[in-house]
Write a protein that binds this ligand. Structure first.
Ligand code: ZN
Length: 242
């Protein structure tokens, strides 16, 4: 599968960029993982919004889901123009925002929880509940024997090591530097991202959900203190073939 980073910022997008959003493609199927602010605009440089086959939202914090609204309007307009002919499934946790995922006949919600396994074309997604101020999930997406692991937002917890074990790529949030403790906020720091990658024995680590302060290169160096594999910083339109 091909993974394209659409947005990699935590909280709010840098000018001209986006918060969480990742495009997964394989065999003509396109899955959008997270739809944060700025994602709908940038995604169109990589795929037509009418060509999406599904969307996964890990939780209802705005930096992961707030472009769902514009995406729904895009699907409406493209349907009315006769360019697309089927509603878009949006997979997300249940909760007070879930009902908003249905937009007339253009999009609809499908809820998931810890034990769910979702098939979207060639992709199979499974979930583990995170430690975060709102209900949130880490996601593992498998496609033809390759596995993408994605933390979304979470404090560190040991079960993640097994859940992500031997994944081909871990995209880990990295909201803080190693001298900061993100536990109360429900986030990982750079050292914890490295530790998770090492314990889970993943083949490669990409740091994302990046902070708007400090020297981002330091995040990589700090993660490498705990992880012997390759560490990269996510950036707009970075492409990884798995
Ligand atoms: Zn969050």
């Amino acid at each position: 599968m091909k993974v394209t980073v659409i947005g990699c910022w935590g909280g709010f997008p840098k000018a001209g960029e986006a918060t969480s959003g990742y495009l997964l493609e394989h065999g003509g199927c396109r899955l959008l993982l997270e739809c944060g602010s700025g994602v709908v605009s940038l995604l169109q440089q990589k795929a037509d919004l009418g060509d999406l086959d599904g969307v996964i939202i890990t939780h209802y914090h705005y930096d992961h889901c707030c472009d769902i609204g514009p995406l729904q309007y895009a699907r409406q307009i493209k349907t009315q123009l006769g360019q697309i002919h089927k509603p878009l499934p949006i997979y997300a946790p249940d909760g007070e925002f879930f009902k908003l995922l249905k937009w007339e006949d253009y999009t609809y919600g499908q809820s998931f929880s810890q034990d769910s396994i979702i098939s979207i074309g060639p992709f199979e997604a499974s979930f583990i509940k995170n430690v975060h101020p709102v209900e949130a999930y880490s996601v593992k997406i498998t496609c033809e024997g390759r596995t993408l692991a994605f933390t979304s937002d979470t404090s560190y917890f040991e079960e993640l090591n097994d859940f992500f074990y031997c994944s081909d790529l871990l995209i880990s949030e990295c909201s803080f530097y190693d001298y900061m403790d993100g536990t109360k906020a429900g986030h990982l720091n750079s050292a914890q991202a490295g530790m998770l990658a090492e314990k889970a024995q993943v083949k490669k680590l990409i740091l994302t959900h990046l902070p708007h302060f400090g020297n981002l290169e330091d995040l990589m160096a700090q993660a490498k203190q705990n992880y012997s594999g390759q560490v990269l910083l996510a950036e707009k339109f970075m492409e990884i073939e798995l």
